[in-house]
Write a protein that binds this ligand. Structure first.
Ligand SMILES: Cc1cc2nc3c(=O)[nH]c(=O)nc-3n(C[C@H](O)[C@H](O)[C@H](O)COP(=O)(O)OP(=O)(O)OC[C@H]3O[C@@H](n4cnc5c(N)ncnc54)[C@H](O)[C@@H]3O)c2cc1C
Length: 457
């Protein structure tokens, strides 16, 4: 779409959003009606009116000189990356799932293998237009309505909806050369990760991308990526081969190469490894599964049906087994407490593999609703599966919350949470949230953060 067409479509989209907002009877709460979602909690409150987001999905402009992109709030990273890669550019952090939107990653947080040097997606936002609960569209930035700008990350749409964002981009090269290093112990793995976070390099060579996977206490891998323009053969994990399995080896180090596009989406094809739950990794099923449906969106749609009809629990019951508790979480530990967490987790929670992704804030800005300390390294630990139910609701999730808090960590809010209101308030900047809510959504048209994140409204 030409630039002016994109701008016109965006302006029409904003008008539709506003008219759907004003069409809701006064005082009634609203939420976004989006065609996709990467939230992982079922809603108990379903009667809230949805706002029209059609027309707010496009890339508006990309400026290769200032290395910025202007996008509508519901633009997916899949669409943004498709527009930036031909110019040799990419967002500073590209969350792994193609349907995550720029607005969603900023308000609900995101992370990827550039986060050890680029921080989190909200840090590369220069300015946003936000529809507030008061029904106005305001521009917010570090200098304009700065209280809303800084409280927006981790507010999950309770302070306003981003309808347009200007984000920074960085140069990329056509290929990523990968090195997968095997470790037989968690302390060794985390020590090497910490060294890379501190210096940005390993053995004197600059590392561009860094994440890792743990299969067992004695089998973990760090996956180091290096930008390269050198031509050569590349692997393809969108077909029969499966990316996460390619990491496993006996030798100390193996290498691989991917196109930059396949690297950025390496985890989308099999939703990390979660496609296994749908049989999509069985060679026969995989051969029959159309390639275009090998993507996270397919699995998250199937998961929605699974949740709605409790298919998993019914199958367990047919086998004479009790239902299972869903444990789908990403938590952040200070890097110096990560080994303690991993030892505890691997000993206590029967979920494998687990994903590791280091991060460090990019600037000294403070983000009060998700208060990570500038200059400090953290490790995101991701685990997405089920465990046998315990004696109380959410037993394993609650134990994880307690352990993370004991180790001074944080937990993302895209999935189930069980905190008390007081604890939630203390952990997620309650005082700031209330002050900003009072200013920009005085009549409470948008939902309450605790109600949304913990009470699943
Ligand atoms: C299994 C799983 C794995 C995940 N793994 C990763 C990962 O590896 N890396 C990563 O970065 N993230 C990951 N996430 C988290 C994901 O990035 C966040 O949940 C993100 O908020 C999803 O964005 P979305 O665009 O899909 O938003 P949605 O899921 O549609 O919405 C999320 C929340 O944000 C609000 N919202 C959406 N758009 C806007 C907007 N424009 N303005 C204001 N509020 C808005 C919604 O109201 C809702 O409360 C994972 C999530 C799941 C379920």
């Amino acid at each position: 779409m030409a630039r002016t067409d994109a701008r016109t479509a965006h302006a029409t989209g904003v008008e539709r959003l506003l008219s759907s907002y004003h069409g809701v009877p006064d005082g009634a709460p609203v939420r976004l009606a989006k065609p996709t979602s990467n939230l992982f909690r079922a809603r108990t409150r379903t009667h809230v009116r949805g706002l029209d987001t059609s027309g707010l999905t496009g890339v508006l402009t990309i400026d290769p000189v200032s290395r910025t992109a202007d996008v509508s709030g519901m633009c997916t990273y899949e669409d943004l990356v498709a527009a930036t890669l031909p110019l040799g550019l990419a967002p500073l952090v590209v969350p792994q799932l193609k349907t995550i939107t720029v607005g969603g990653a900023v308000t609900g947080l995101g992370i990827e293998s550039t986060s050890f040097r680029n921080g989190l997606p909200h840090e590369s936002v220069l300015e946003m237009d936000v529809l507030t609960g008061a029904g106005e569209v305001l521009t917010v930035s570090r200098t304009e309505n700065a209280d809303l700008f800084h409280a927006f990350p981790n507010s999950y749409g309770t302070l306003g909806y981003a309808v347009r964002l200007t984000v920074e981009l960085e140069p990329v090269l056509p290929f990523v050369a990968l090195t997968h290093r095997r470790f037989h112990s968690m302390p060794e793995l985390v020590a090497v990760m910490e060294g890379i976070c501190q210096t940005g390099a390993l053995d004197g060579v600059t590392v561009d991308y860094l994440d890792g996977v743990v299969f067992s206490p004695s089998e973990g891998y760090l996956c180091l990526g290096f930008r390269t323009a050198a031509a050569g053969p590349v692997s393809d994990y969108t077909g029969r081969k499966i990316y996460y399995r390619s990491l496993q080896h006996e030798a100390g180090v193996t290498g691989d190469r991917l196109t930059i596009s396949d690297y950025l989406w390496r985890w989308d094809t099999d939703w990390f490894w979660c496609s296994e739950a749908f049989g999509a990794q069985h060679p026969l099923v995989r051969a029959l599964w159309p390639r275009r449906y090998r993507r996270s969106r397919t699995y998250s749609t199937l998961m929605t049906y699974e949740q709605r009809f409790q298919i998993g629990d019914r199958l367990e019951a047919l086998k004479g087994r009790p239902p299972r508790e869903r444990v789908v979480q990403d938590v952040e530990l200070p890097i110096e407490r990560t080994v303690e967490f991993l030892d505890w987790f691997l000993d206590t929670v029967p979920i494998r593999p687990i994903w590791l992704c280091p991060l460090q804030l990019r600037s000294t800005d403070r983000w009060p609703l998700y208060p990570l300390q500038p200059g400090k390294s953290y490790v995101n630990v991701g685990f997405w599966s089920t465990v046998p139910v315990g004696t109380s609701e959410g037993e394993t999730n609650r134990r994880i919350e307690r352990r993370v808090a004991e180790l001074d960590g944080h937990k993302s809010l895209y999935s189930d949470s069980y905190y008390s209101a007081d604890e939630f308030d203390r952990l997620y900047g309650g005082e700031t949230w209330r002050a900003v809510k009072q200013r920009y959504d005085p009549n409470g048209r948008l939902l309450d953060l605790y109600a949304k994140a913990v009470q699943r409204q």
